[in-house]
Design a protein around this ligand. Structure first.
Ligand SMILES: Nc1ncnc2c1ncn2[C@@H]1O[C@H](COP(=O)(O)OP(=O)(O)O)[C@@H](O)[C@H]1O
Ligand SMILES: O=C(O)C1=C[C@@H](OP(=O)(O)O)[C@@H](O)[C@H](O)C1
Ligand SMILES: [Mg+2]
Length: 177
């Protein structure tokens, strides 16, 4: 049976990390939508934001989502904003199993504090500003993340062992659904 799994969730929730490990364990292809966009556009996410603004980036992101959504037997790690624009979340629910990685605020802050540079929406923020961005971002976006078919707790990605355990839990959850 053809499998297409979309991982969604806020920046830092573990979509890229867990997606890659899960795809390997489940013998599925892995597409990180950000990487796919950079590959197809020959341009970094950062430069796309700088040159086209967020609106222009979202147009590209939607088009690339529909391209990646054609792949079969695949795990697609979306970008944090992907479900929140156009009808992207409905498209993902129509074409695959959507999993919301529900990381805690504390885990998101801890992870994003050390990984702001490549995320245009976070670069240059102080710790306090970052906490505000995460808090407001989650509040705005839960309406979209909440439409996912499945929710998965993704605080446990801080070591190889935790990632392997999370992969097993995710596999079990999807097999039982
Ligand atoms: N195994 C790990 N070891 C250390 N830090 C990690 C690990 N996995 C994820 N992280 C941290 O969490 C951040 C978010 O993980 P990532 O998979 O990139 O999430 P997303 O794709 O949802 O933004 C990474 O940028 C990194 O800072
Ligand atoms: O939340 C967002 O709007 C974004 C999240 C990023 O992906 P990650 O969630 O993988 O960091 C990337 O798509 C872009 O920086 C915008
Ligand atoms: Mg990512």
């Amino acid at each position: 049976m053809m499998k297409r799994v979309y991982l969604i969730g806020y920046m830092g929730s573990g979509k890229t990390t867990l997606g890659k490990a899960f795809a390997q364990a489940a013998h599925l292809q892995f597409i990180d939508l950000d990487w796919y966009i950079e590959e197809r556009m020959h341009k970094s996410i950062k430069d796309l934001f700088a040159e086209r603004g967020e609106e222009g980036f979202r147009q590209v992101e939607r088009n690339m989502l529909h391209e990646a959504g054609e792949f079969e037997n695949v795990v697609i790690a979306a970008g944090g904003g992907t479900p929140c624009f156009f009808d992207n979340i409905d498209y993902m629910n129509r074409t695959g199993e959507t999993v919301f990685l529900n990381a805690s605020f504390e885990a998101l802050f801890r992870r994003l504090k050390v990984a702001k540079s490549k995320r245009p929406l976070l670069s240059g923020k102080t710790d306090e500003e970052l906490k505000e961005v995460i808090r407001n971002g989650l509040a705005e976006r839960m309406a979209f993340y909440g439409k996912a078919k499945h929710w998965f707790p993704s605080d446990y990605l801080e070591s190889r062992e935790q990632i392997s355990e999370s992969v097993e839990q995710l596999k079990k959850m999807l097999e039982e659904s």
